[in-house]
Design a protein around this ligand. Structure first.
Ligand SMILES: C[S@@+](CC[C@H](N)C(=O)[O-])C[C@H]1O[C@@H](n2cnc3c(N)ncnc32)[C@H](O)[C@@H]1O
Length: 202
């Protein structure tokens, strides 16, 4: 987490502004019924913090101190947040977070970036209560052959520029292969192909 990470965190919101306008409705839809104990993964600059219903107990994890600094500087007038500097794949994660303790886990634009997404997804499964729900808004690999190819070619450059984000992950399939079952899912394209879904432990 060096100088580039700090610059990336500082310019993340302005860089994403136009795109964020186009997916805000999807964030709101996903969060509309959320209550109880909630865990947000990779909360970044805190874009979701102001969108939660009042009265929830929110824990957020984020490994980048620069991102945490941007999110805490926003002083959002929202729920009290327990914000932890850690990674979802950290072997010590369960010292800080109890298994089967969350009603909801929110994962937005983050499974594209996490280093070992299969481990992350397994940990999502462990952290959710048995009837808990995983809420996902993630961009995924295109299904159009030409776009797919271009994304594969662009991926190493994009990944270096965007602090590890991959354009070509089949996150929707990865969730199912690692034990999640979609109870609601939709696909849409906003420059990138997205999955928006609600999943339960299978
Ligand atoms: C593209 S940003 C998305 C931020 C936010 N979730 C959103 O919806 O805008 C990806 C975030 O995931 C975080 N991240 C990367 N690897 C992670 C990991 N292993 N565990 C938790 N968060 C991680 C990054 O630091 C970054 O803040």
């Amino acid at each position: 987490m060096g100088l580039y990470n700090s610059v990336f965190a500082k310019f993340y919101d302005p860089f994403m502004k136009g795109f964020e306008k186009r997916i805000r409705k999807n964030r709101l839809e996903l969060l509309k019924d959320v209550g109880g104990e909630v865990l947000e993964i990779g909360s970044g600059t805190g874009i979701n913090f102001g969108l939660y219903n009042p009265g929830i107990n929110l824990t957020a994890i984020e490994p980048s101190q620069a991102m945490i600094d941007v999110s805490t500087a926003k002083n959002c007038d929202c729920n009290k947040i327990r914000l932890l500097k850690t990674s979802i794949t950290d072997p010590l994660l369960f010292n800080e977070l109890k298994e089967s303790s969350f009603d909801y886990i929110l994962s937005t634009l983050v499974l594209c970036t996490i280093d070992r997404p299969e481990i992350a997804i397994k940990n999502y499964g462990k952290l959710l209560k048995p009837d808990g729900r995983l809420l996902v808004l993630e961009h995924i690999h295109s299904t159009k052959p030409l776009h797919k190819k271009l994304q594969n070619i662009a991926n190493p450059f994009w990944k270096a520029f965007s602090e590890g984000c991959n354009l070509n992950r089949n996150t929707d399939q990865m969730l199912i292969q690692n034990g999640f079952v979609p109870v609601q899912s939709e696909y849409f394209v906003k420059t990138l192909r997205f999955v928006q879904g609600v999943y339960v432990n299978g």
